[in-house]
Design a binder for this molecule. Structure first.
Ligand SMILES: *Cc1c(COP(=O)(O)O)cnc(C)c1O
Length: 397
């Protein structure tokens, strides 16, 4: 193996293990951690040439770092994107991808069902700068058409959406909003690049929280923006350099190691999630199950078209509202209560009182978050143990 980034002709698993690998002269096996904030130049002339861009090489850790670059190249190979820039968290990636192209007077559209910090960015922060934000029901194409009746600068969407795993038809929405001028940004965290490839469905930009399935073991925060070279040069590279949401080289290394096994972990988690969804659907104390892989999901057709499996998250509604949900959560002995997701450990959350407590009850009900709604992020434990834990916790309801 040379130290060139792995060509696209290799299989997925090969690219996940070796993509982007650049060995130092020491020929280390594992990717090196370049834990340095800066770089030095042999001569003043060399520094001049580096800053002029006529001599290749690193300048400063806020701009780029060799370990972070290995991660970016591995992600480019995974997503099929021309360029990738990583950030210190998923929200740094979402914020940069949305804010960088905008000017006062621009219009943005997004579904109402969004990851809660993404919603804050759109409904609270952007309007302060004279950006108009139009919210739609993500699965209603007529509402997208109405939003696109006037020029649109950018669209941010996620599918499956947080927290109840709604489906947005990425291709149909891209076809509607792109003629209005929109840059289509897809937050693909819930699906992961293994199950859904938004760039092939018309998205211009894909963003990730690497904190979730890419790290996969709950250790680091990180984010990534993937797009064409042209978009990166026009909107994102300078914004990231000068505003400074850089990813730590150490965290980049942990995420590189996480990617080496993501193709083993995510399918295993999907298999367990599907079994858990089926078991929950048959339980009398569960009034509703929302799993993208089940035939009874309201947007099943959309998910089946654009996702190759149902994903690692299951949403359910427990009988007895908030009290029932709390009893269930408090009775869990194996599955932890946590708002995180995409971890090797199974985690359960009550969105109405945690991630989605900021919005009103009416807004929550509109996006399907009832007082009894619980979201489970299915981990890597033995599935029978998870099923047994869920069954005994439902006894407490
Ligand atoms: C977690 C998450 C984010 C934010 O990522 P952080 O790494 O926590 O900043 C954004 N979007 C979705 C869908 C997420 O699940």
């Amino acid at each position: 193996m040379t130290d060139d980034p792995t060509p696209d002709s290799f299989g997925l698993a090969t690219r996940l293990v070796r993509g982007g690998l650049h060995r130092s002269p020491h020929k280390e096996t594992a990717e090196a951690i370049y834990l340095t904030s800066g770089f030095v130049y042999d001569t003043a002339e060399e520094a001049d040439a580096r800053f002029a861009g006529t001599s290749p090489g690193y300048l400063y850790g806020r701009y780029a770092n060799p370990t972070v670059r290995m991660l970016e190249e591995r992600l480019m190979g995974l997503e099929g994107a021309e360029e990738c820039l990583c950030t210190g968290s998923g929200m740094a990636a979402v914020t940069a991808s949305v804010v960088a192209p905008l000017r006062a007077g621009d219009r943005v559209a997004a579904p109402r069902a969004l990851f809660s910090s993404c919603l804050w960015l759109l409904d609270t922060y952007l309007p302060r700068f004279g950006v108009e934000v139009v919210f739609v029901d993500g699965d209603d194409l007529d509402q997208w058409r109405a939003a696109a009746a006037k020029p649109l600068k950018l669209v941010l969407l996620e599918s499956p959406s947080n927290p109840v795993l709604g489906g947005v038809d990425l291709k149909a929405v891209a076809d509607i909003v792109k003629p209005a001028g929109a840059i289509v940004v897809v937050d693909n965290v819930f699906a992961t690049p293994l199950l859904q490839q938004p760039l092939t469905l018309g998205a211009d930009v894909v963003v990730y929280s690497t904190t979730k399935h890419m790290d996969g073991q709950g250790r680091t925060l990180g984010g990534a923006i993937l797009a064409s070279k042209a978009l990166m040069d026009e909107h994102y590279r300078d914004f990231l350099r000068h505003t400074g949401p850089a990813l730590s080289p150490f965290n980049a290394w942990v995420i590189l190691k996480g990617l080496e096994t993501i193709h083993l972990r995510v399918p295993a988690q999907c298999t367990s999630a599907a079994r858990i969804a089926d078991a929950l659907a048959a339980h009398p104390k569960v009034t509703r199950v929302l799993y993208p892989g089940r035939a009874d999901h309201p947007q099943r057709a959309i998910h089946a078209r654009q996702m190759s499996a149902g994903g690692t998250l299951v949403a359910l509604e427990i009988a007895g509202g908030r009290e029932g949900a709390f009893r269930f959560l408090d009775a869990l002995q194996l599955i932890d209560i946590s708002n995180n997701l995409g971890d090797a450990k199974s985690l359960a959350t009550h969105p109405a009182t945690t991630t989605h407590r900021r919005i009103t009850e009416a807004q929550r009900l509109h996006i399907g978050v009832t007082p009894g709604t619980v979201r489970i992020s299915v981990g890597l434990e033995t599935c029978e143990d998870l099923l047994a834990d869920i069954a005994q916790a439902l006894e407490a309801v």
